[in-house]
Design a protein around this ligand. Sequence first.
Ligand code: BTN
Length: 276
Amino acid sequence: MAAEGAPGEEATRWHGHPPEVWRERWGVPALRIFHSVGSTNDVARALAEAGARAGTAVLADEQTRGRGRRGRAWTAPGGHGLLLSIVLHPGAAAAGVLPLRVGLAAARAVEALAGIPVAIKWPNDLMVGGRKLGGVLCEGAGEGGRSAFVVAGIGLNVLQRAHDWPPELRARATSIAAETGRAVEIPDLAGRVLADVSMAIAAGGEVLDGEETDALARRDPLRGRNVVVDGRPAGRAAGIDREGALLVQHDGATRRIISGTVRLADSGAARESDDA
Ligand code: BTN
């Protein structure tokens, strides 16, 4: 669906129904839907600052200033992707585990609906067949620390086909439709992601539990591979610890990476600018 209405104007109908119908169907406390908006994370943050309840969700067909980690842009043609932000009150959960916890929930939602295995490349990339399907951007009131709220932004490529990406991105990006040859309904995906994320946050503790670390290990495309961290060869990736740090082994020592851009050492120059 192409974007309709002026940027920043709320949608009165979305995929055939008023937002209130979707809000009730998904069981979220509040829902804002835009055909076009700057960034759903910005809208969610403003709502959170004004006291929005945990689970409040913001959706858009299109973003004019969508962003990814580390100041990168996040773009998707109108109506082709899931662009979703959720206000979370994660309580004691350490900031480091949230992107992974949310990413795992989103990966599970895609797996359940689309039937494709989704890898989670530390800390926030959802990958299929070595290509990026989506990403998670968690932003809190106090970056890097504990805050009363965190906005979890989730971007998933749903309906794009190869020609929707510029040639230089074609080898690095994918979508559910490109992988499966069929379309998943964006409202179905939104509902499933919302349910899985809220369940994971409600059940989750301060650190990742054994089930979560096992689930991440099964989906970890870096594990056992030589990696480059922030442009420097760093050693062999050895999994993700309970605090959400990437473990990298070199010369018998294990280093914990808590932030940075990571790529496979043998992924070549074409992947140099991959998100972490
Ligand atoms: C990344 O891979 O770097 C994270 C991408 C996150 C994109 C989503 S789309 C919905 C929400 N709004 C934004 O501006 N960004 C996130």
